[in-house]
Design a protein around this ligand. Sequence first.
Ligand SMILES: C[S@@+](CC[C@H](N)C(=O)[O-])C[C@H]1O[C@@H](n2cnc3c(N)ncnc32)[C@H](O)[C@@H]1O
Length: 298
Amino acid sequence: MTFPKVVEHVKVPPIKCQGIKTKLVNFIFQNIKWDEQGKWIEPFLGSGVVLFNANPQRALVSDTNKHIIKMYQDIQSGVLTPQSVRDFLEVEGKKLEESNGEYYYEVRDRFNENGSSFDFIFLNRSCFNGMMRFNKTGGFNVPFCRKPERFRTALITKIVNQIIWVSKVMKGKDWTFVCQDWRETLKEANEIDFVYMDPPYIGRHTNYYNQWDEKEAKDLAEAAGQLPCGYALSMWYENQYRKNDHLDVWNGVIRTTSHFYHVGASERNRNAMEEALIIKEGYESDVLPQVSEQLQLI
Ligand SMILES: C[S@@+](CC[C@H](N)C(=O)[O-])C[C@H]1O[C@@H](n2cnc3c(N)ncnc32)[C@H](O)[C@@H]1O
C-alpha cells in the first residue's frame, strides 16, 4: 500500500495520551504522498495510533517518554501478551475494586519505582481523564478516575483486543522502537523514508516528557528543512481566538481540516479548531480530500 490512502476502520492502541491523533489519521494519510520504499519515521510517537494505522513494512519510531517505548518493546519481545495482560488486569482490577480505589495509589508508587509496562497500562486506563502526566522528576502523578469497578470484563476485553491488534500489526515487520530525542531520530533519515512529526503544542500540557518551547519548535523546523526525504508535521492552525503564529517558521504545503471540540458536557461549549498538516513540497497528495469530523474532548 502506498500513500495517499484511507483506512476504513481506524483503530486505537492500548494507551492514550494528550494530543492523540485518532480523528486525524485519515486526514494525514490522504494528504501525503509516499511509496513506502523506505521506512516510516515518527520521532514523537505518543500513543502510536498513527504508526499502527499507517502499517508500514519498515519503521523507526521514538519518543522521549521511556514508558511508551518500553511498553511497545515489551509487546514486540513477547513479555507482554494478550493473555498476560488479561490475567494481570483481572487480578489487579479486583484488588482495585475491593480497596474501593485506594489500590490505584499503590500501583502508582510501584510503577514510579519499577516502571513495569503492565502497571503503565493499568494506570493509563484507570487514571483521571485518561491523562498521561509526569511530575518534575518524571513520576506519574495523575490521580485516580474514582471508579473502583473500572476494570470490568468489557474494558479488559477491549484492552486485550487492542494488544492483539498491535501485536498482529507488528508481527513480521522491521520496526524499531527507541527512547531518544527527535534530533537523534532525524539523523537516521534517508531519501526514500518519510517522516511524520507531531511534537507537543507550545505552552500546553507542559510536563516532564512534554517540554516544548519556541526554541525547540524552531530547531525542529530547521532540522526538517535539512531532511533528505519527505515529511509532514501536524499542528493546530487556528481556533476561535487566534491563528497559530508558529507556522511561519515552516516551509511547505499547508492542508487544513476543521474539528469541533466539546469542552465539558455542554453542547453550547462547542469550539471550532482548525488542524493543519504541513507537508514538504512535492510530497503532498494531488487530490484535496474532504475530511471533517467531530472531536469529543473527554
Ligand atoms: C502530541 S504527542 C504525539 C501524539 C501522537 N501523534 C498520537 O497520536 O498519539 C507528542 C509526543 O512527543 C514526545 N516528546 C516530547 N518532547 C520530545 C523530544 N524532545 N523528543 C522526542 N519526543 C518528544 C512526548 O513524550 C509525546 O509523546
